[in-house]
Design a protein around this ligand. Structure first.
Ligand code: DAH
Length: 344
């Protein structure tokens, strides 16, 4: 028995995997294994010898089993260690760069405008995107069936009394009603507007405007000119010029359209200004007496000017973008370029 145990120990040393270990186990402890078959000898022994032989045999069996189990543990541990070694990660390697997006450049232009106008003493006001027809049109001197409504192909909602605002101008009305005809007003309202448009490089169904309204005493068109000119120079530089052209909006009288000189060709004509040298960026005018009156301000006492910029247009000019659609496409290859321009 001792000998068997000795050879088992020797053989165990050579074993490197569980398959071989199982074979070895069968060789010693299996039904016909060398240790198990020793029990067959029991029947030939005298009672006294049987006892001694039996207990020794049990001991040997236990010892052999333990040896094999220990070896099994060892092999399994080695396999695990090897696996961990193979799967280990070098944490000192530089990390792969994560691609992040960048803030919307329309949003950046709006924030820039907010800072500028706040520094001039304006409040920044928000208004609802779902608006009453009354504020979006009627109280802006655009009664039902007014032909100028055709210029804004509007998404009407419930009973045509509610709509997706087609301009930010209704916030003028809301602000005047809050002022109750008693307070001077200086506000801008940036926000989303909606119109049914055939989408192309310069038209989207969802776009942003930056509305402005000043109501006070002794306000004139020259205040509007000075304000818009200063804002445009703040955005695009001191060399940019502004030009006022007569226009028509039902809620202003007189009404103007404001152009800026093209920053890309300085007036000689290019693909950004299509090739006129001037780019229209704003509708504006002196608040119409009807609008003042309807919102509680006596036009004999109060005057005001109002303006509305297209925020995408401002951003397109600032970042030399020719196609408005990229604002909604979320294509990182395009927006990355804006970041680069920003850091220049
Ligand atoms: N709401 C006008 C539009 O969307 C733009 C505009 C024109 C706004 C004149 C004004 C204004 O405040 O005075 O076409």
């Amino acid at each position: 028995m001792e000998k068997i145990l000795e050879t088992l120990k020797q053989e165990l040393k050579e074993i490197k995997n569980t398959q071989k270990l199982n074979d070895l186990k069968a060789k010693y402890l299996g039904k016909k294994g060398s240790i198990s078959s020793l029990s067959a000898k029991l029947k030939d022994l005298a009672i006294e010898e049987k006892k001694e032989f039996g207990s020794k045999l049990n001991k040997i069996k236990t010892e052999a089993t333990n040896l094999i189990e220990d070896k099994k543990d060892k092999i399994e541990k080695e396999i695990l260690n090897q696996k961990l070694k193979n799967e280990s990660v070098d944490i000192t390697l530089p990390a792969t760069k994560i691609k992040t997006g960048s803030p919307s450049i329309v949003e950046k232009v709006i924030e820039d405008a907010e800072e500028f106008f706040i520094s001039m003493g304006y409040d920044v006001i928000e208004g609802p995107e779902i608006e009453y027809d009354k504020y979006n049109f009627e109280m802006l001197n655009l009664p039902k069936d007014h032909p100028a409504r055709d210029a804004q192909d509007t998404y009407y909602l419930k009973d045509e009394e509610l709509l997706l605002r087609s301009q930010t101008s209704p916030v003028q009305v809301r602000t005047m009603l809050k002022g109750e005809g008693k307070e001077p007003i200086r506000m801008i309202c940036p926000g989303k507007t909606y119109r049914r448009e055939d989408i192309n490089a310069t038209h989207e169904q969802e776009f942003d405007q930056i509305e402005g309204l000043v109501i006070d005493k002794n306000i004139s068109l020259s205040d509007l000119k000075g304000t818009v000119d200063t804002f445009v120079k703040h955005l695009y530089g001191e060399n940019v010029e502004t030009r006022f052209r007569p226009s028509y909006y039902p809620f202003t009288e007189p009404s103007v359209e404001i152009d800026m000189s093209c920053i890309y060709c300085e007036g000689s004509g290019c693909s950004m200004c299509k090739p006129k040298g001037w780019i229209t960026i704003c509708g504006a005018g002196m608040v119409h007496p009807n609008v003042l009156r309807d919102s509680g301000y006596d036009p004999n006492e109060w005057q005001g000017f109002a303006f509305g910029f297209g925020a995408e247009r401002l951003a397109m000019l600032k970042y030399e973008i020719q196609d408005m659609r990229i604002f909604h496409e979320n294509d990182l290859r395009e927006t990355e370029k804006f970041d680069r321009k920003e850091s220049k």
